[in-house]
Design a protein around this ligand. Structure first.
Ligand code: 0X9
Ligand code: CA
Ligand code: ZN
Length: 434
């Protein structure tokens, strides 16, 4: 049970307790624990609670003042555990980098991307893929030689921050962009990769959610869609159009739920931005960064059934895990998403794999579990987490370059299995340019 993560605990507890899936409250809350007894479970029933985990026989929840009153009235003993966790609400600003310390806010990322482009205009180009519901730009950085040309080169996609609270997932792809840009002149290995590919990096897919997580509620996960029933948020990683809404196990139809799939596939501007970028390109590999649990997950996510390319997906995934481990000694588990984590439908990697058959991975960054920090990584961990992921990123770009060159057996196999995309060759149609 070590690898279970909060969203899964939500699902388990919801099933076990007959609770509706929670939606992180917009109101302030305390993290409390209650004993995992039948009495306590009964008292929790019907409350709109933010269930975090069950550990050592106790259930941890985020509870607002009303919930605490309710539990007291039901004579459920509880312990306030807030102090054991990093703050869920912004407090006094003591960090040099502002309320979110060394992590990027939307504005900080925007500024850093633009200065990266200004410093390295011959290989960096910042694109706006679309606009979030609250009017923020969804940025993509294209790193390539001749970035202003759409060359016949392998394209690779790295994305971060589908989920607002997973702050580390912004930093890892951002630092990749910076490393490629800064290393191009002096590092022949980087130069070779960049010259032969077009690397697209979307560090912050969910800017509205991130801002909400920074400024209002640290555990926010979804985007900030105002749903018809007055609740907020669609889980962007349930909104893609492959097997979207296939069942209620892999996503929820309830707007209040943390894994709410939205009213239709690609109902959200963020997922549409990714769709249009992807379909307008020639992508040969994709990684979506999340946190936490230190794992590399490959399709399918929607069901535990074979893909027809399991050997390739597993082989490359294991190779990446091996490369990661050599850097800091941290081990990332590697496995098929549905069987090693849980079933999802409408996630990014099922869609990219489903429409194009390319190696597509969800990488869940450290820590390994909630006892080791959950969604909170100390600022001084950022660099090490990035550094350990870098060789795996390079490996995937290298895979794409070879695949594009038709050098490998993998390539021939891909051509057979691949679903033809009707819009290939009409790249100009897509407004991914500034
Ligand atoms: O639930 C998700 O979207 C991802 N995990 S997270 O805790 N970061 O939210 C996992 C998506 C991978 N797909 C499957 N496990 N099916
Ligand atoms: Ca190029
Ligand atoms: Zn996530």
């Amino acid at each position: 049970m070590k690898n279970l993560k909060p969203i899964l605990w939500v699902l388990l507890l919801s099933v076990g307790l007959g609770l509706p899936l929670f939606s992180g409250p917009d109101r302030p809350g305390e993290i409390i624990s209650v004993p995992g007894t039948e009495d306590a479970r009964r008292a929790l029933r019907g409350l709109d609670l933010d269930l975090l985990m069950e550990q050592d026989g106790r259930i941890f929840i985020v509870a607002g003042p009303d919930d605490i009153l309710h539990l007291s009235a039901q004579r459920v003993p509880f312990v306030v555990e807030t102090g054991r966790f990093a703050p869920a609400q912004p407090g006094e600003v003591r960090l040099a980098g502002g309320i979110n310390g060394a992590y990027h806010s939307y504005k900080e990322l925007e500024a850093d991307l633009k200065s990266l482009e200004n410093a390295h205009p011959s290989i960096v180009e910042v694109h706006t893929l679309g606009t979030s519901l609250e009017g923020r730009s969804i940025y993509a950085v294209k790193i390539s030689d001749n970035p202003d040309l759409d060359e016949e080169e392998a394209e690779v996609l790295f994305l971060g921050c589908h989920h607002a609270r997973e702050w580390i997932s912004v930093e890892v792809p951002f630092l990749l962009a910076r490393r490629l840009a800064e290393g191009y002149e002096g590092d022949p290995a980087i130069r070779e990769l960049v010259d032969r590919s077009e690397i697209w990096i979307v560090p912050l897919l969910n800017p509205d959610g991130l801002e909400y997580s920074i400024n209002v509620y640290r555990y926010w996960r979804k985007n900030r869609r105002a749903n018809a029933d007055g609740t907020f948020g669609v889980d962007l990683n349930r909104n893609y159009g492959y097997m979207w809404g296939r069942d209620d196990q892999g996503s929820s139809a309830l707007p209040d739920a943390e894994d709410y799939r939205g009213v239709s596939a690609f109902s959200e501007p963020e997922t549409r931005a990714v769709r249009d970028l992807f379909l307008g390109g020639n992508f040969l590999a994709a990684v979506s960064y999340h946190s936490f649990s230190q794992s590399i997950l490959y399709p399918w996510g929607f069901a535990d059934i074979p893909t027809g390319k399991d050997d390739l997906l597993r082989g490359l995934g294991l190779e990446m895990a091996g490369l990661i481990e050599t850097v800091n000694g941290r081990s990332y588990a590697c496995g098929q998403a549905a069987s090693s984590l849980y079933v999802t439908n409408g996630d990014l990697t099922d869609w990219t794999f489903g429409v194009s058959g390319i190696p597509s991975y969800t990488i869940e960054l450290p820590p390994v579990d909630i006892q080791n920090g959950g969604f909170f990584n100390a600022e001084d961990e950022i660099e090490g987490i990035f550094r350990e992921n870098l060789p795996a990123m390079f490996r995937l770009v290298e895979f794409a370059i070879r695949d594009f060159g038709g050098l490998s057996a993998i390539h021939r196999e891909r051509d057979i299995v691949r679903t033809p995309l009707t819009n290939r060759g009409q790249k100009d149609k897509y407004a991914v340019r500034r």
